[in-house]
Design a protein around this ligand. Sequence first.
Ligand code: CTP
Ligand code: MG
Length: 176
Amino acid sequence: MNPIIETVIVAIWLMLPAYITNASAAFFGGKTPIDGGIFWGKSRLLGEGKTYEGLLKGFSCGFLFGIFQHLFLNSFGLFPFFLVTLFCLSAGAMLGDLLGSFIKRRVGLKRGAPLPLVDQLDFVCGAWLLLFLFARDWFIEAFSLDIIIAVIILTPLLHLFTNYVGFKIGRKRVPW
Ligand code: CTP
Ligand code: MG
């Protein structure tokens, strides 16, 4: 197989639990804001777009999807550590998304206002942070430099595409 295509496929496959997590949180949404409505300075701590329901549904969908992926191809490490890897990918995605919103509120951006790169890559950073902290051996082995570069280039494109679809089907308030 063409090595670039192979890198792209591996990059998407490894990141899929995080992608599913992020997309499911947006698809299902929720009502109960994690920040409880509190403000920090003039802006909300996180905003109305970060809910407990979205977080839990996003995490569960990404984690479960990862288990099916792992049953299909043992991609996420040895038993039982693959569960830690999957936890880092899905919980890390939700954590990164919260951090992204935290940053957006601190620079005064309202819910849904675009912040290029942060909007598309916050969840990737969160997933990689938890992997680096708690599944380092697997992370270093699986994410070679070419895979990392592929993820950084592909994720914003995939994210914009799925968000546009989400917007068109009425599941997303803004197309980014
Ligand atoms: N969502 C949620 N709970 C989460 C994360 C996401 O309910 N923990 C849902 C919300 O309905 C949110 C949507 O997914 O509106 C899309 O997420 P995102 O684009 O990250 O949020 P925005 O509404 O654009 O808000 P922000 O400006 O904070 O990024
Ligand atoms: Mg976001």
